[in-house]
Design a protein around this ligand. Structure first.
Ligand SMILES: Nc1ncnc2c1ncn2[C@@H]1O[C@H](COP(=O)(O)OP(=O)(O)OP(=O)(O)O)[C@@H](O)[C@H]1O
Ligand SMILES: [Mg+2]
Length: 265
């Protein structure tokens, strides 16, 4: 059975897509079979993976019954699999507003669960219906943040939404937990260190126990590295573009931690 991890923060540019790409590439190198799902209308993950844009997208799978799921799953050059995103996802909140639509992603992934080790969901910078679908579909959330105040507020917003969707509440059927927080583009400055302290305080005091796995959510940093943007230019994970870069080293450290924790869950 695959483990489903969703990347999230309503704040843009905090490393959700980069983390999805690096986690997928590194897990693939570790021998895991990984399917990524691009829920973001910007399609940054899809573009980076150089997926075939004429193949059926996640929007097609959500909106039509006659789409062959096997045609929608593509293997990318970095070795992982992807269901491509679509600009049409900008209409998601209007089209998927039926109360049952929030289960679409969960149903889709359930049917594929035997075939993969990990599903990684890349979310848009928004509190939208696709994010709600992720609350239902995911076993774990990893929140991405940077040193900006908005991204820290974004953590609070996800915690509050997760509680609304939690099994213990009235709304629905989520038992997703927060596996950890990745601080992207980290610099060891006074601001960088202050941000870590603020997040530590949030993890200790603001995340309810019901959203915590066996171990409290990890807080791990990815150092800022020019190689990350360079790798994007050539559509490669930094893991293959420059595996000696600080960012690649940090992402491998995070993946090791994720794998270790999941083995203990
Ligand atoms: N460790 C890093 N060092 C340097 N640049 C980074 C690092 N992590 C991410 N970036 C850069 O920051 C930018 C934003 O990252 P990314 O696209 O992953 O964020 P995002 O949260 O997915 O954004 P969006 O919300 O728009 O989808 C990108 O240009 C990316 O290459
Ligand atoms: Mg993104």
């Amino acid at each position: 059975m695959a483990v489903t991890i969703a990347m999230a923060n309503q704040k843009g540019g905090v490393g959700k897509t980069t983390s999805t790409i690096e986690f997928a590439s590194i897990l693939t190198k570790l021998g895991k079979k990984v399917l990524t799902i691009d829920l973001d209308q910007q399609c940054n993950l899809t573009k980076n993976a150089e997926a075939d844009r004429s193949a059926p997208t996640i929007f097609d799978l959500f909106s039509r019954d006659d789409v062959d799921i096997e045609k929608a799953i593509q293997k990318v050059s970095a070795g992982y699999y992807i269901i491509a995103g679509s600009p049409e996802m900008s209409k998601a909140d209007k089209i998927f507003d039926d109360p049952t639509a929030v289960y679409l992603l969960d149903d889709l992934l359930d049917a594929l669960s035997e075939d993969y080790d990990y599903f990684l969901i890349d979310n848009a910078p928004a509190r939208n219906i696709p994010l709600n679908m992720s609350y239902i579909a995911a076993d774990y959330f990893i929140m991405c943040a940077d040193s900006g105040e908005d991204s820290l507020d974004g953590i609070d917003a996800i915690v509050s939404d997760m509680m609304k969707f939690h099994k213990s509440g009235k709304r629905s059927l989520s038992d997703a937990k927060i596996l950890g927080i990745v601080v992207s583009r980290f610099r060891q400055t006074n601001i960088g260190n202050a941000v870590i302290e603020i997040i530590q305080d949030k993890v200790e005091n603001d995340i309810p126990d019901i959203l915590k796995p066996i171990e409290p959510p990890f807080i791990m940093t990815v150092r800022e590295a020019a190689a990350v943007d360079e790798a994007k230019m050539v559509h490669k994970p930094v893991e293959t573009y420059k595996r000696s870069s600080n960012a690649a080293i940090d992402y491998r450290r995070i993946v090791d931690e994720i794998v270790r924790r999941l083995e203990e869950e």
